[in-house]
Every structure is written in structure tokens, then in C-alpha cells.
Design a binder for this molecule. Structure first.
Ligand code: NAP
Ligand code: ZN
Ligand code: ZN
Length: 346
């Protein structure tokens, strides 16, 4: 079927209306009529080839929520009328060691990324969620629980799972001191999730204007990362730091805020590498780690967790024609806290 979409044709081109051919619904496939499509900073990084040469034309979008309108004969978990979600992957090999252990995002053959990638045949390009419809194999479709608004739920498919997964993996629990660095799409989900897990959350931000929001979202404390005194005051404070910053910054300064054996998990992807001094890690047996999105189970788990705690993302719903303006605003750090495209406007 033909689906309306928005695409970019080159790193320097704006996004514009485009038509995607979605495949026929196969026996294991789910057809989703998209309702809401979030804009992740990774969409901008890739649309502009900031992570190396990208595949064009590109239809970005990996925070997708919509209604199931058709299912293949073998599909068991989903039925027509269900609210469904699709995140950063649409397939993987299913047989390699990570796939067999439920870590589809680490598929040794490389997952079929939702866009800027290919299906597992390695020739058919994938086109993402800035579109009216998408066809995805059942294993990579999650259920959006009743009670979650589709627009607030969409960002959970990437921003939510990307911050939920390290909080879970590093054992975030009641009473922990957790710092979140950067209050954007990922950061605001990290604050909500860590607070709901019972941690005392401190937001480290470059934007004083976000102080009241940080508290409203669940942070007990707000500190300015542009003030050197902050790093003296908070030295050796945290069990866990979730770093969501998309631009260059000094990891060493943040590592020093960890308690002995504390961990800093990098999820933001600054375009350039950042040097780390051995003594930043050695003093206090500190750990510096990374985390990539989450697996399919964690994607379902974070949606269920959000439904249980009755929150989604804080979103600004936009029309498809405003995607380019939204990109510019996001680069200027002017988003509270996720743009979500109304798919009716594609
Ligand atoms: P975003 O909404 O643009 O938020 C990024 C935040 O970083 C900003 O709100 C800002 O927070 C802070 N920031 C921006 N420029 C800064 C600077 N020069 N110095 C210090 N802080 C700065 O982006 P996002 O969608 O949350 O994505 C964040 C990053 O995570 C991106 O690099 C994205 O590609 C990456 N990502 C990674 C994964 C993964 O699997 N690991 C998944 C999704 C996204 P303050 O105003 O509070 O300082
Ligand atoms: Zn993303
Ligand atoms: Zn695999």
C-alpha cells in the first residue's frame, strides 16, 4: 500500500512530503495506522548524517503509536483495534546469541533499524514512523496499555525505554541518589522513571529556565551544570548518573560526582569523542558504561510501568508541515519535552 510520509533526500535538505510503499501484510505481520510519531534527537543526527553517511531518501521516526488495522494469519498477540507501538527496531536475525537471549538490539547481524537501515534481506530499505502507516513483524510490535494517551505514549518507545533500561540494569531503587544530566526528551523520561522507582533524583542542567519543570517532573533537586561550584558541592554524591546530553561535555567532571562503585551510564551521543582520564575511574572504582535503547521485553515493560504509574511523556503535538521548525527548535534546546507529530497531518 501507499502511505503518506515525510522524508529528507540529503543531509542538507529539509523534510518534505513523500510516499512510501508499505509491503503487503504477511502471515507474521501487523499493519498499523499511525496516530502519533515522536521526534527523537537521533532523527536529527541521522537525517543530517551526523553519525556518518546515512541512507536517503530517509523517513525518520522510531517512536510510533497507532491502531492495528490488519494482522497476518500467524499473529497471536495483537488483534485489529489494539493500540500498538513500534520503537527503534523492526526485525533482527532471531537466532544469534544476543537475539536468542532476548537482546534483539545487539543482534550480531545488525537489527533492521526502523529507518536508515534495511530489512534483514539487507536490500529492502526501511522507512520510519513519519508516515500514516507501517507494516512490522509481530515480534517487534508492542502493546500500548489502555489508559495511556497515544501522543504521550509515543516517546516511551525510544526516550522511555532508553532511560528505563539502564535504570533497571544498574538496579535503581528506593532511596538511591540518581543524577540525570540534561532535561530533553530522554532526560525528562529519566527523571519521571527514576522518581517513580523511588530514587532521589537530581537534575543537572545547562538551562536555569527548566528548574521548575524538573521539580514538577519528579526531581528533588536541580543544579546548574554551567556553574563550577555545582561540581564541588555534589562531589561523590550519586549512586547512578544517567547522561542524556547530545552535545560535547566533559565526562570527567561528572564521574567525580559518583560515590565509590557508582556508575555513570552514557545514553546521549555527542557527535565527537570525549577524553576520559584514568584517574576519573580509578578513584573510587567508578564505572563508566553505555546503554543502547532496550530490548523488546524492556520496551513492553516500560510501557506497562508508565501505565501503572499513570504517566507518559510531556509532549508538544505538531503538524507534519512543522517538522523542520521542530528540528530547529530542538537543536536550540527549545522543546518541552518531546515533539510528537499528529499522523493525520501527513
Ligand atoms: P534533546 O531532547 O535535544 O535533549 C538533549 C538535552 O541535552 C537538552 O535538553 C539539554 O538539556 C542538553 N544539552 C544540549 N546541548 C547541550 C550542551 N551543549 N551542553 C550540555 N547539555 C546540553 O535530545 P534527546 O532526544 O533527549 O536525545 C539525547 C541524546 O540521546 C541524543 O544524542 C540522542 O541521539 C541520544 N539517544 C541515544 C539513544 C541510545 O540508545 N543510547 C536513544 C535515543 C537517543 P539541558 O537544557 O537540561 O542542559
Ligand atoms: Zn530515539
Ligand atoms: Zn540476531
Amino acid at each position: 500500500m501507499k502511505a503518506r510520509a515525510y522524508a529528507t533526500t540529503a543531509a542538507t535538505q529539509p523534510l518534505a512530503p513523500f510516499t512510501v510503499d508499505r509491503r503487503d501484510v504477511g502471515p507474521n505481520d501487523v499493519l498499523i495506522e499511525i496516530i502519533a510519531s515522536g521526534i527523537c534527537h537521533s532523527d536529527i543526527h541521522q537525517a543530517r548524517s551526523e553519525w556518518g553517511p546515512a541512507k536517503y531518501p530517509m523517513v525518520p521516526g522510531h517512536e510510533i503509536v497507532g491502531k492495528v488495522t490488519q494482522v497476518g494469519a500467524n499473529v497471536k498477540r495483537l488483534k485489529v483495534g489494539d493500540m500498538a507501538g513500534v520503537g527503534c527496531m523492526v526485525d533482527s536475525c532471531r537466532t544469534c546469541h544476543p537475539c536468542a537471549h532476548g537482546d534483539e538490539q545487539f543482534c550480531e547481524k545488525t537489527p533492521a533499524w526502523t529507518y536508515n537501515g534495511t530489512e534483514m534481506d539487507r536490500t529492502t530499505p526501511t522507512y520510519g514512523g513519519y508516515s500514516t502507516h507501517i507494516v512490522v513483524t509481530e515480534h517487534f510490535v508492542v502493546k500500548v496499555p489502555a489508559g495511556l494517551d497515544p501522543f504521550a505514549a509515543a516517546p516511551v518507545l525510544c526516550a522511555g525505554v532508553t532511560t528505563f533500561s539502564p535504570l533497571q540494569e544498574w538496579g535503581c531503587k528506593k532511596g538511591d541518589q540518581v543524577a540525570v544530566v540534561g532535561l530533553g526528551g530522554l532526560g525528562h523520561m529519566a527523571v519521571k522513571l527514576a522518581a517513580a522507582m523511588g530514587a532521589e533524583v537530581t537534575l543537572l542542567s545547562t538551562s536555569l529556565s527548566k528548574q521548575a519543570d524538573a521539580k514538577r517532573l519528579g526531581a528533588a533537586n536541580f543544579e546548574l551544570s554551567t556553574d563550577k561550584a555545582t561540581f564541588r558541592k555534589l562531589a561523590r554524591r550519586f549512586d547512578l548518573i544517567i547522561d542524556t546530553v547530545s552535545a560535547e561535555h566533559d565526562y570527567n567532571a561528572y564521574l567525580n560526582l559518583l560515590r565509590p562503585r557508582g556508575a555513570m551510564v552514557v545514553v546521549g551521543v555527542p557527535p565527537k569523542p570525549s577524553p576520559v582520564a584514568a584517574f576519573s575511574l580509578i578513584g573510587g572504582n567508578r564505572r563508566l558504561a553505555g546503554s543502547s535503547i532496550g530490548n523488546m521485553k524492556q520496551t513492553q515493560d516500560v510501557l506497562d510501568f508508565c501505565a501503572q504509574h499513570q504517566f507518559g511523556a510531556d509532549v508538544e503535538v505538531i503538524k507534519a508541515g512543522d517538522i523542520n521548525v521542530a528540528y530547529e527548535r530542538m537543536v536550540k534546546n527549545d522543546v518541552k519535552y518531546r515533539f510528537v507529530i499528529d499522523a493525520k497531518t501527513f
